[in-house]
Design a protein around this ligand. Structure first.
Ligand SMILES: [Fe+2]
Ligand SMILES: [Fe+2]
Length: 324
């Protein structure tokens, strides 16, 4: 699949007032211009590869420490480590491309010069993220890619085909980027390959700015929404969170390792069991806590942590502070 075409009827808003209207947004734009980095110049691509061939910490492989893992040879463990990295990075590359496309739509549809200027910088940021991750895959993983997971495809189809800017921003800058910030933080700390750590640290520098756009732009539209619009925003938020948090399993990576259908079922059962016991390695536990806490506090800040939303988050295993 070389490309995917998504129809999207949208209004393009041409602004004629270029004066600063939203100072916080304009200063986010200033920061974005100041902090641009360049993957061709600023990343040490000649960093030597880890001598043991691993790219991620083994603990990020789902079956690490399981009976199936213990039966693998050292060579197989290295191969699985690399395949899982390729799978995770493929998912992120699709996300970066999707973010670039969504932000290019936001440049069109959003009102306000400050908002348009900032979105123009995010288009560039996401292009660089797409580029740098792709370059890492080419450099370290022989260009190995895995297909786009169904949940990610459905999420981006809905972001890119909805004409309303705030629906795109809820799914992208609020939900997906809150997730991405915690994910890149974890990978910046736990990647086994120092080159991957560096790539993740660089991406992370930009992601919190992107989340900032949602935090600045959304409160007003949420405050002014009619009850029906408010409910729609809540529902869309919950669906986006469900899509981001569930349904991701690197089945193709295990298949390529030669795992049988029965072995793959064993892997899935082991994953479910670990999740039920929350028996993850320390940094995965930290990632989950960090991401859940950030999601809850961001939703609260913009006015979407409502009584309709709370039980749906709880059903996803997200811990909530009491409503009082
Ligand atoms: Fe990004
Ligand atoms: Fe981003």
């Amino acid at each position: 699949m070389d490309r995917r075409v998504i129809p999207s009827p949208m209004d393009t808003v041409f602004e004629f007032d270029y004066a600063v209207q939203a100072e916080d947004m304009r200063s986010l734009y200033e920061k974005a211009k100041r902090d641009q980095w360049n993957a061709s110049r600023d990343i040490a691509w000649d960093t030597p590869e880890p001598s043991d061939g691993r790219t991620l910490a083994d603990e990020l492989v789902d079956i690490y420490g399981s009976p199936i893992w213990n039966k693998l040879s050292e060579k197989e463990r290295v191969e699985l480590n690399q395949r899982i990295t390729a799978w995770r990075l493929s998912v992120l590359v699709y996300g970066e491309q999707g973010a670039m496309l969504a932000c290019s739509q936001l440049v069109d549809t959003v009102s306000g010069t400050d908002q348009k200027f900032f979105q123009a910088t995010q288009v560039m940021d996401e292009a660089r993220h797409n580029e740098v991750l792709e370059r890492y895959i080419a450099t370290r993983l022989n260009g190995l890619h895995y297909p786009m997971p169904e949940n990610e495809r459905v999420l981006f189809d809905s972001i890119l085909s909805d004409s309303r800017w705030y629906i795109k921003t809820i799914a992208l800058q609020l939900v997906a980027e809150t997730f991405a910030v915690s994910m890149f933080k974890m990978m910046a700390e736990c990647a086994h390959d120092p080159l991957l750590q560096e790539v993740c640290r660089r991406i992370l520098q930009d992601e919190s700015r992107h989340m900032g756009f949602g935090m600045l732009a959304l409160p007003e539209v949420i405050r002014e929404a009619s009850p029906a619009e408010h409910r729609e925003m809540e529902d869309f938020t919950c669906v986006a969170i469900e899509k981001v948090l569930t349904g991701f399993f690197p089945v193709d990576a295990y298949r390529d390792m030669g795992f049988s259908a029965a072995q793959i079922r064993e892997v899935q059962a082991y994953r479910r069991d670990v999740a039920a016991r929350n028996d993850y390695a320390v940094f995965r536990k930290y990632f989950k806590r960090d991401m859940h806490a950030a999601m809850v506090s961001n939703l609260a800040r913009i006015g979407l942590l409502t009584e309709r939303v709370r039980p749906r988050l709880a059903a996803l295993g997200i811990e909530l502070p009491s409503a009082a």
